[in-house]
Design a protein around this ligand. Structure first.
Ligand code: HEC
Length: 254
């Protein structure tokens, strides 16, 4: 019984999510990045989240929405109220109708969400050669491999092999399902300025933006992991108590 409990505890503590990426295409294994949010004591690296936000805002937001993220959520990235107000006010939000029945535009507020890059899906497709750039709020949950996949996709652009014909506006990417993607390579070295001295390379941008998108999809990850540890510790303690109780109750029966 004791061994069983210990084994169960060890299994619970060491197991992480398992991904099966069998979609019928031969895919190379995803790069296995060492993320700070993995493991039982996983937590977000705030500097990386802030840099990832910058990459999203400067690059990805031109085509991809982030409709489930409110500006006020950026508090978890280490920004205070006035910084969040400043970030929000850089955006223009459509609001209304006002007293005269007119829609109007105003600067963003912390209670607003990130605005959409296109007014609707048709406009988004029209601007992107017929391909729809998906909203990125839940993308790390929606794709097998999560953050590793986002990282892979960012660094996985290659020259197409001779037997693959690409239409105009299509690119070859090692990690995209079917390898053909309609997103032009979004990142290049030096395109986003970092103030904290981190490397301004495609690999670093890819890591930071994957980190940020993981946070966007799972802002409560740190609390969930902390709660998990508490629950397991409680179960172990409770099992020990119940074991002692059982011994006592049955002590006269042989
Ligand atoms: C010029 C517009 C544009 C920019 C900028 C852009 N994307 Fe995309 N993205 C697209 C389009 C279009 C698609 C759909 C591609 C397809 O379905 O072939 C896409 C698809 C994706 C996908 C989904 C791939 C899949 O598995 O279906 C991810 C993830 C993604 N983009 C991430 C990013 C990130 C992160 C950035 C910023 C670093 C970014 N994109 C910048 C246009 C863009």
């Amino acid at each position: 019984m004791k061994y069983f409990l210990i084994l169960t505890a060890i299994t619970l503590l060491t197991s992480g999510p398992a991904y099966a990426a069998d979609d019928g295409h031969s895919m190379p294994d995803l790069p296995n990045v060492d993320w700070s949010f993995e493991g039982v004591t996983g937590h977000y690296n705030k500097e990386s989240l802030q840099r990832g936000l910058k990459v999203y805002r400067n690059v990805c937001s031109a085509c991809h929405g982030l409709k489930r993220v409110y500006f006020r959520n950026l508090e978890s990235l280490g920004y205070d109220e006035s910084q969040i107000k400043a970030i929000a006010s850089e955006y223009t939000i459509a609001d209304g109708p006002n007293d005269e029945g007119e829609m109007f535009e105003r600067p963003g507020r912390p209670s607003d969400r990130f605005p959409q890059p296109y007014p609707n899906d048709n406009a988004a497709k029209y601007a992107n050669n017929g391909a729809l750039p998906p909203d990125l709020s839940l993308i790390t949950k929606a794709r097998a491999g999560g953050a590793d996949y986002i990282y892979g996709l960012m660094v996985g652009y290659e020259e197409a092999p001779a037997d693959v014909d690409l239409l105009p506006g299509q690119y070859y990417n090692e990690y995209m399902a079917g390898h053909v993607i309609s997103m032009p390579p979004p990142l290049s070295d030096g395109m986003v300025a970092y103030e904290d001295g981190a490397a301004e390379t495609v690999e670093q941008y890819a890591k930071d933006v994957a980190n940020f998108l993981t946070y966007a999809a799972e802002p409560e990850l740190e609390q969930r992991k902390r709660m998990g540890i508490k629950v397991v510790l409680f179960l172990i303690a409770f099992a020990a108590v119940m074991f002692a109780v059982k011994k006592r109750v049955w002590k006269n029966i042989h």
